[in-house]
Design a protein around this ligand. Structure first.
Ligand SMILES: [Zn+2]
Length: 265
């Protein structure tokens, strides 16, 4: 199993009834049936080529393309899970739930990258150095980034929760300096949609150990209760008294808390 490219080892289910195939050289355009094609039942010349709902597929290759200013779409070249020729390119949003927590590859620091670059880690207002990041699909099917060091314990926790019928979904992972600055400035200016945010350089989301997990309902929700019981086994501990969703990978602190029957710092 590839920790940083889990899409290569996963079988996905097409859940969208209108999962259209894309043109290989122009992924924002759709493939259509042409005269002379062997048309499946119900298809017509000029109609969109689609992958039938509930198809099981494997992903052979991905391409990540920007879609709007903050958003990205992950396209996949898919083949039948049972084997055979590739079906073509489609949006992984057509796999919806089954694509969450999938890892999409590493981003290593660029040579000579600086303290405000995309891989720069910060702690307590001080620059810490460069870290390798792994791209991962969040709750809303957008891409988040985790420090490579915490991907394996995170995925083990996700798998253990799934075995108990609990979906661990990510809302936020690593933030770049620029990202934290944007959130902080929005918070200070009181812009709508901006929550309380730490000063750039001093958020725990900037050194790669912090996760915001969807704990809808907070204390007493099935996800929260599961985390309270099990997260420390994977080295994760809750650290912010007012934020039920904020967990950090601090193995030593988590082990101490666990021994004391706690799940919080
Ligand atoms: Zn947080």
């Amino acid at each position: 199993m590839s920790i940083s490219e889990s899409f290569l080892d996963t079988i996905f289910t097409v859940t969208d009834p209108d999962a259209r195939l894309r043109k290989p050289g122009a992924l924002f355009e759709f493939e259509t049936w042409r005269a002379g094609d062997a048309l499946p039942a119900g298809a017509a010349v000029g109609g969109f080529k689609t992958i039938p709902k509930n198809s099981k597929v494997k992903v052979e290759q991905i391409k990540i393309e920007p879609s709007g200013s903050q958003s990205k779409i992950v396209f996949a070249l898919v083949a039948p899970a049972a084997g055979g020729a590739a079906l073509g390119w489609t949006s992984t949003r057509n796999f919806s739930g089954s694509f969450r927590n999938v890892t999409l590859g590493k981003i290593a620091p660029a040579p000579g990258a600086g303290q405000f670059g995309p891989n720069a880690a910060w702690k307590g207002g001080a620059y810490q150095g460069q870290i390798t990041l792994v791209q991962i699909v969040d709750r809303t099917l957008e891409i988040e980034y985790l420090s490579e060091a915490i991907v394996e314990p995170y995925q083990k926790m996700v798998a253990a929760a799934a075995a108990d019928g609990i979906a661990i979904l990510l809302n936020s992972g690593f933030r770049t300096y620029a990202n934290q600055k944007y959130l902080y400035e929005g918070y200070v200016a009181g812009r709508p949609g901006f929550n309380k945010a730490a000063k750039p350089g001093s958020s725990n989301h900037q050194h790669g150990i912090a996760l915001d997990i969807d704990t809808a309902g907070g204390l007493g929700s099935p996800t929260y209760d599961w985390l309270a019981k099990h997260a420390t086994r994977f080295g994760f501990i809750r650290t912010v008294p007012s934020e039920a969703w904020h967990w950090e990978h601090r193995p030593a602190a988590a082990a101490t808390a666990r021994a004391a029957g706690k799940h919080q710092l």
